[in-house]
Design a protein around this ligand. Sequence first.
Ligand SMILES: Nc1ncnc2c1ncn2[C@@H]1O[C@H](COP(=O)(O)OP(=O)(O)O)[C@@H](O)[C@H]1O
Ligand SMILES: [Mg+2]
Length: 580
Amino acid sequence: MALLRLYTRALGMLGAERGLALVLAIASVAIGLVQLAEPILFGRVVDSLSRGEGAFTYIALWALLGLFGIIAGAAVAVFADRLAHRRHLASMADAFERAMTLPTSYHAERGAGAVVRSILQGTEALFWLWLGALREQLTAIVSIVLLVPTAISMDARMAAILGSLAVAYVVMSTIVMRKTRSGQANVERYNSLVFGRVGDVVSNVTVVQSFTRLQAEAAAMRTVMSDLLAAQYPVLTWWGVLTVLQRSAATITMVAVLATGAVLAGRGELSVGEIVSFVAFAGLLIGKLDQVTNFVTAIHRRAPALEGYFALLDAAQGVEEKPDAQPLPEPVRGDVRYENVSFRFPASEQGIFDVDLAAAPGRTVALVGPTGSGKTTTLSLLQRLRAPDSGRILVDGHDIAGVTLASLRRSIAVVFQEAGLFNRSIGDNIAVGRPGATLAEVEEAARLAEAHDFIMRKPGGYDFIIGERGAALSGGERQRLAIARAILKDAPILILDEATSALDASTEARIKQALDRLRRDRTTFIIAHRLSTVADADEIVVFDHGRIVERGRFDELAKGGGVFARMVAEGGFTVPSTEG
Ligand SMILES: Nc1ncnc2c1ncn2[C@@H]1O[C@H](COP(=O)(O)OP(=O)(O)O)[C@@H](O)[C@H]1O
Ligand SMILES: [Mg+2]
């Protein structure tokens, strides 16, 4: 059964602390035995008293077992709680790391809100499952399982009543869980939708405000919410029905036990003490069955959240590393070669086709062409964010398919059009380029990126917190931090993907010096729409519809009668006024 699989997988995650979990499990079993002994002792005490005998041996035994139960219970409560909390955070950290290795397309499809929810809800479900299993469920199951033979050995007829109760509970819970399965999955789907929407809208709050979208967004949200409620109500009704049925079954059982007990006692086949024991058994059984069914149905209700969590853990990484992957041999020179590389987006006609490209160490290759012609895609293959369908890409003569992702990505520094900044200090954002960099190194990189002066004008300088995605900085400032980060990374291969496209001409001219300095001695791939940026490239390759249609040096291409010459003539390339 799917639920059992989820359950065992979740419990399996406690394997990291197997020893403690085992000790807790044994303690739980012991507590279960104590709880079962209590009704028996109760009956014995009553029988002894009714026979006019002393019952102090039983009472002492009872006190002793009770004390043991209390101590064991306290120990289990404390350690199980701590264990569950510990593993809760650990599983959250695991999911976080895992989510960060998933391809960007996964995040783009699901949205940050839904991914966050998957992690939070899933780990919370795990927490309750662990805590419940360790603290109560094992005890309850031991009580139930041992209660049946104990009761049979005392009186089979009375035991049959208790047995019927247990069967009724199992049957009723199973039916209700069946009935609510698809409804529960729908509830979860709508919940996920709500969170995805909230995340999406909150992160676009400026658009919402400037386009006065508030009402429309709020209305859309209310629609999803009412769908959610519509899916939720029938599920809640079923749970209500289950509760009523369980209460009825419990009451009927109690009455049956007392009535049958009275009849049997009248015939002299059962002692008063045994009736007392059976009434206590019935109370114990009802309590434990309630506990177990509540727990099972709670898992059932959280099953979609758990499944979402496990699906996140199991989601195929965009690009798997080969088990025998080797790091690129140091020092990496930065010799890059594309051999007949083709890649097509899944379920799409678009991609890149038969791309051949070579960049010797220290050389600059410019990729130009209309937007959507495949330039960014071509360079994403070099970073192995995606894998080619055919052909291969070599760095220093090594096929990057057989290279560890960490060593490959260590060798490549990237500056995108979007700077990609964290809501942290300026210093921390630059230090992303090289963890453990000293303050002096960070400052040096900032100077080279022409960023030091503006940073010093900020309150707190390098400690200035720049807001989400660098909202407290101008576009040019953000970009210079991204460049400083790349400088600090000091990688042999550099990718500049429209790094300066969003900037005005004079800011670009200033940043260009920083970029030229950065390009020196590095293999550079540059995507740009400005003549000044591509003019001194060692080779320009022109993309159109995913294919290289032209290649050469700037003057050859500009003079020739091809696509590039036409782009220059049509002003497809802007010439900054300060070009020099
Ligand atoms: N994840 C994706 N799924 C399907 N098509 C995509 C995806 N990403 C990009 N594309 C398409 O592939 C083409 C090339 O994109 P891209 O390489 O980003 O172009 P550019 O030359 O502007 O950098 C575009 O038409 C784009 O719409
Ligand atoms: Mg692009």
